[in-house]
Design a protein around this ligand. Structure first.
Ligand SMILES: [Zn+2]
Length: 319
């Protein structure tokens, strides 16, 4: 693949120096930008004329549930809080099939591509009993391959159904052995740790109210054995906090910390209800947060205090 882009009005690098080029060409060879300059002349297989256009790095989406693209506009739950919203939709999601996963991934990933996003994760956490033995996550990986999108799917999981005190119905949770075996299978089959990789797998037990503590522990071990990343929801709502206090006698963050889920290889979705001490620990351990304002605004249940995650400048302190 050799692509020459001619005469771009702006090339915004977003590198450390924030360098911006004006009216320059850019040459790409096999996924790598090889050259930027005036009047470049390479034997390209594709030439794109980019006058009056802007080039910038592809956006990266750090949290998603692609299967939910097919159930976005359901009137009955348009104004409900998270737990009610989930309990209503679990009843629809229990009918998920491989075809649903493929179509929803094609739709969701295409929308992302059309808005400038070239790398996305996903967390697929519904594996209904009816789809037992079916390779669901493989379908979304196939969709990303067809679209040519860089994809880092998290193999989501839920092991604590209603009968064990969890939120989801038992029909859509799996036992730990099934989850861990499938997680290992997809790591071996798809995870590519090389530079410029188009697919990397992460492991993602869904949330404190839908997993068993031993699944958190075993998933952590498995991920670190294979050096893949860990992803989960944390501190998204006050209801989650109440649940954790009642069931585990811990704050959501304490639940996470207890299972060794802090580190550079972990990223958390939401992280809204954290106290100052917990934020400090996130920074110290370089644990990452996926800030999800759109989802937070829909729920009206708060947004992450992202500005508190870095030391305030002297100017900010004086204000
Ligand atoms: Zn989520």
């Amino acid at each position: 693949m050799k692509i020459l882009i001619k005469g771009a009005s702006f090339i915004v690098t977003l590198n450390k120096e924030n360098k911006i080029y004006r009216d320059q060409d850019l040459y790409i060879e096999n996924k790598i930008i090889k050259d930027i300059g005036s009047n470049l002349n390479y034997p390209a297989s594709e030439i794109i004329y980019a006058q009056n256009k802007l080039i910038l790095p592809g956006l990266i989406n750090t949290h998603h549930h692609l299967f939910q693209t097919l159930t976005r506009s359901i009137k009955a739950v348009k104004n409900t809080p998270l737990f009610d919203w989930l309990q209503y939709l679990y009843r629809i999601w229990k009918n998920i099939t491989p075809e649903v996963i493929y179509i929803s991934a094609m739709l969701g990933l295409s929308e992302l591509l059309l808005t400038g996003c070239t790398t996305s994760t996903d967390m697929l956490y519904i594996f209904p009993k009816g789809a037992k033995g079916k390779k669901l996550i493989d379908e979304e990986i196939k969709a990303a391959q067809v679209l040519g999108m860089r994809f880092h799917p998290a193999r989501g999981s839920m092991s604590r159904g209603k009968s064990k005190g969890g939120l989801p119905p038992d029909e859509i949770v799996q036992n730990e052995t099934e989850i861990l075996e499938d997680s290992e299978r997809i790591i071996k089959r798809y995870h590519d740790k090389n530079l410029y990789s188009m697919c990397r797998i992460a492991l993602g037990p869904c949330s404190p109210f839908s997993v068993t503590p031993s699944l958190m522990k075993e998933t952590e071990k498995l991920a670190r054995t294979y050096q893949v990343r860990l992803h989960t929801h944390l501190a998204e709502t006050k209801d989650e906090e109440s649940y954790c206090r009642e069931i585990y006698n811990q704050r959501p963050f304490e639940f996470l910390e207890k299972h060794n889920w802090l580190g550079e290889d972990v990223w958390l979705a939401h992280a809204i209800y954290l106290n100052a001490k917990e934020i400090k620990k996130l920074a110290k351990t370089k644990t990452k947060v996926a800030h999800c304002p759109t989802s937070n605004m829909r729920l009206g249940s708060g947004t992450a205090p992202v500005s508190q995650s870095r030391p305030r400048s002297r100017r900010e302190r004086q204000q």
